[in-house]
Design a binder for this molecule. Structure first.
Ligand SMILES: [Zn+2]
Length: 268
């Protein structure tokens, strides 16, 4: 039978061992976290929280947006995707959604590509840009969002327009002073006072000009991975004052770039 002193000694030894084990585990966890952060796989602080994706059949998180587009690693496409744009230039309201400025379209404008028709929904701004070109961030990016109507989970088509600082932009002038300063409020606008055509000059043939195309996700919750992205190669201009004004209203609202994984970017 062990003496009381020996039992006490064994118990102290056990305590010491448990303490050492805990210290070791903590050190390992610290090392792992550091490795993840440095590998860049942990894209933003929000990724600690579990994210919900609305398409269960897809691998969540592998086809996320935005991405950094390396122009010398794209797949050159000889055949341009042909867009058919039925566009009624009617912006009905300017909304301050707190995190972005959004312009709403009247129903009836559609865009068809490869026999699939999407309805124009809304457009909104990000400051700075979400997509990067060869590692370069632009001060602003416009997203023109269209979606299919006939399914529970819509397919999206988003046209992304990158802006650099330069000339004052006529299109931005048409709505910037109508944007409500109070978050979660909207201003209804008169017919034809804001014309998207002043920005894009969408031709009846639907030629969007040269662009990068890849499949990705919405860049805000629920990060649905059913988005065809068309990032225009042409870089548009807006004055520094216009970009600053939009940034003051919406803040820095760009999502961090996401891993490209197995995706190819088409150069069209
Ligand atoms: Zn967006």
């Amino acid at each position: 039978m062990a003496s009381r002193g020996a039992m006490q000694k064994t118990s102290n030894m056990n305590k010491l061992l448990i303490l050492l084990l805990l210290l070791c585990l903590q050190a390992c966890a610290y090392k792992t976290n550091k490795a993840i952060a440095e590998s860049g796989n942990q894209s933003d602080p929000q990724s600690h929280a579990p994210q919900k994706y609305s398409v269960p059949s897809l691998d969540p998180g592998l086809h996320q947006s935005p991405i950094n587009i390396f122009t010398n690693r794209t797949k050159k496409e000889m055949n341009h995707d042909h867009f058919v744009v039925h566009f009624q230039d009617k912006v009905t309201a300017v909304e301050n959604l707190g995190h972005t400025i959004q312009l709403d379209f009247n129903a009836g404008s559609t865009i068809t590509i490869k026999d699939k028709t999407y309805t124009f929904k809304q457009m909104h701004f990000h400051t700075p840009s979400e997509h990067l070109i060869d590692g370069m961030t632009f001060p602003m990016e416009l997203h023109i969002v269209s979606a299919t109507e006939n399914s529970v989970t819509p397919d999206y088509l988003v046209i992304a327009v990158l802006f650099k600082m330069g000339e004052e932009n006529q299109f931005i002038n048409e709505f910037i002073n109508l944007t409500p300063s109070l978050p979660y409020s909207k201003t209804f606008v008169k017919d034809n006072s804001i014309k998207l055509n002043d920005l894009l000059s969408l031709s009846p043939t639907g030629d969007l000009g040269h662009h990068y195309h890849y499949t990705g996700s919405l860049t805000t919750a629920p990060y649905t991975e059913t988005v065809d992205w068309f990032v225009l190669k042409k870089i548009y201009q807006a004055s520094p004052e216009q970009i600053k004004k939009i940034n003051t209203i919406e803040g820095n609202n760009a999502r961090h770039i996401e891993p490209k994984n197995d995706r190819l970017v088409d150069d069209e």
